[in-house]
Design a protein around this ligand. Structure first.
Ligand code: AMP
Length: 215
């Protein structure tokens, strides 16, 4: 099962992806997570990437394609993987197709989680992320048991550098102009599945499962 999960920032692709990889026991390739990890570890790539990220911009295709290529060459991606947040531009999608072709494989499905801008703003304002394990919370709908502390690993919760109002606006703009054209790209390949992301978490997941069961 080789799948890609797409959606505007705040649509829930990170949380849904986390559930899919856990249920199906497949590796997750999240470029956003890889950038945050590299930044936390003081790696030069992470520091460079964070300059783009904190302003709500996309990291360059060159850096992004390179880390994905490197990650896809690890042995665990041979049978299955889930791409979360990559590709985000048509150039990245073309680069990905090339990487997969060279590996003798291709994507089976693109899951696109849809949501309205109001819902997206509200979600990102209330989103908190664990510094240690990356688990996400919502201050109203998915509160941690102890304020500011991760239920899973007791790590400290923080608001992402790019979840500020200005940055969120910019990310939504970029999504519209650069990432949305990808939907056409995958629709033409016949592998795009649209999912209504404005439902409770479990219902969104149930809709995704219906797609995955058919693969
Ligand atoms: P995410 O965790 O997927 O919301 O990503 C957080 C941020 O990392 C994005 O807003 C971008 O700045 C950057 N990023 C993640 N994935 C990509 C990508 N495929 N291309 C460019 N920038 C990315």
């Amino acid at each position: 099962m080789k799948i890609l999960v797409m959606g505007p920032p705040g649509a829930g692709k990170g949380s849904q992806s986390a559930k899919i990889v856990k249920s199906y026991n497949i590796p997750s390739i999240s470029t956003g997570q890889m950038f945050r990890e590299a930044y936390k570890n003081n790696e030069s790539m992470g520091i460079e990437a964070m300059e783009y990220i904190k302003n709500g911009n996309l990291v360059s295709d060159q850096i992004t394609n390179k880390i994905v290529k490197h990650r896809l060459h690890r042995y665990d991606t041979e049978r299955s993987f889930l791409l979360d947040g990559y590709p985000r531009t048509v150039r990245q999608a073309v680069a990905l197709d090339e990487m997969l072709e060279n590996m003798g494989t291709k994507l089976d499905a693109v899951i696109n989680i849809l949501s309205s801008n109001d819902v997206l703003f509200e979600r990102m304002e209330n989103r908190r992320v664990c510094k240690k394990c990356g688990a996400t919370y919502h201050l109203i709908f998915k509160k941690p048991s102890i304020s500011g502390v991760c239920d899973l690993c007791s790590g400290e919760l923080y608001q992402r550098e790019d979840d500020t109002l200005e940055s969120v606006k910019r990310r939504l703009e970029i999504y519209e102009t650069k990432t949305k054209p990808l939907l056409d790209y995958y629709e033409k390949k016949g592998i795009l599945y649209n999912i209504n992301g404005m439902q409770p978490f479990d219902n969104v997941y149930a809709d995704i499962e219906l797609v995955l069961r058919e693969l």
